[in-house]
Design a protein around this ligand. Structure first.
Ligand SMILES: Cc1cc2nc3c(=O)[nH]c(=O)nc-3n(C[C@H](O)[C@H](O)[C@H](O)COP(=O)(O)O)c2cc1C
Length: 327
């Protein structure tokens, strides 16, 4: 895979940075490429990938590293791992395949990730967290960033924890405004993220509960960018709305997803399916599209039967047939 023409640097990326949040089971190459077509300025991340799996060349994980080098830039690979030999060899693989950056996950609250001392568990182990950043920085020349949460059970540790990461070489930070203990409960609190930005020299991206361009504009504050996750489900147009708002000052009165009729959405839904099938083959591609298809018809009146059919599809031709009745 060719290297990027001019290396991506977080410090020099156009402001504000608009990022699609890494989401396991969601932000695969098909979804990222769809979002990039609709909103080319978006920074995209892979789902979190195990450095052990990359080190051992596990087929499924290696497939998840696949990206479109022409259209998917900046392309950041998010990893979790802690065995130094695996971590370092995975970092080299990621750099050699032409990724623009490596992001280390220090925020995942999933029990199996935390119990193996990955994800959010690193918040409680700043020495290991810093060691991982330092090791990656020594190994690759592409930027190394970290995505984490406010803290384990209090935001009080956010600034010292992040200062340690920056000292170890972290080039950027993305912060989800909840603690590990909160998981996904309550509202994301961005106030500690604004405080963090005042105290560190690297770009800081805020994350949590951005659902509209208005949210993005209101929450941006003194930060370098915003990262958007769940609100993009069934709404890849949201990233374009947010880019329009933040990069061009054009805040739409109505979300694109709400101004499009269902028939007008169908070409994009089919494009998503086609990308998924092209990248994963028909069987897996369509199986993984089912949850997206359910999201695309969420809230659509009279769609109970449609939804029931879409969550059982096995072939692209079936989706085309089902949606034909709605065009
Ligand atoms: C289904 C799902 C999968 C996720 N997977 C990841 C992941 O692989 N890596 C990561 O750093 N965060 C992951 N997250 C967290 C999101 O990146 C983001 O921090 C969180 O959803 C809050 O942002 P939002 O309110 O915009 O959704 C995931 C969240 C969800 C709901």
């Amino acid at each position: 895979m060719p290297s990027p023409v001019s290396p991506f640097l977080w410090q020099e990326a156009a402001r504000p940075i608009v990022a699609l949040a890494p989401m396991a089971g969601v932000t695969d190459a098909a979804f990222r490429q769809l979002v990039k077509r609709l909103a080319p300025e978006t920074v995209v991340y892979t789902e979190l990938l195990s450095t052990d799996a990359i080190h051992y060349g596990a087929k499924k994980t290696m497939g998840m590293l696949h990206f479109d080098a022409e259209r998917e830039r900046p392309f950041i690979v998010q990893v979790f791992g802690k065995k130094p030999e695996c971590f370092l060899s995975a970092a080299k693989v990621i750099e050699q395949m032409g990724a623009d950056g490596i992001d280390i996950n220090m925020g995942c609250p999933a029990a199996k990730v935390v119990s193996s001392c990955h994800g959010s568990a690193l918040i409680k182990n700043p020495e290991l967290a810093a060691e991982l950043v330092h090791a990656a920085k020594r190994t690759v020349s592409i930027p190394v960033s970290v995505k984490t949460r406010l803290g384990w059970d209090t935001p009080e540790t956010l600034i010292p924890f992040c200062a340690t990461l920056v000292e170890a070489g972290a080039d950027a930070l993305a912060i989800h405004g909840r603690t590990y203990s909160q998981k996904f409960d309550g509202r994301a609190d961005w106030a500690p993220i604004y405080e963090l930005k005042k105290r560190v020299s690297v770009p800081v991206i805020g994350n949590g509960d951005v659902c509209t361009p208005q949210d993005a504009a209101q929450k941006l504050g003194n930060l370098d960018g915003v990262m958007v996750g769940r609100a993009t489900w069934g709404n890849p147009w949201l990233m374009r709305d947010i880019c329009d708002a933040l990069l061009r000052g054009n805040i739409p009165a109505k979300l694109t997803v709400d101004s499009l009729s269902f028939p007008e959405k169908i070409p994009v839904i089919l494009e998503h399916c086609e990308l998924s099938v092209r990248l994963k083959g028909e069987q897996r591609g369509m199986m993984e599209m089912r949850k997206h298809l359910a999201s695309y018809v969420r809230g659509l009146e009279g769609a109970r039967e449609l939804r029931a059919k879409l969550v059982r599809v096995e072939k692209l031709s079936e989706v085309r047939m089902i949606l034909k009745d709605w065009m």
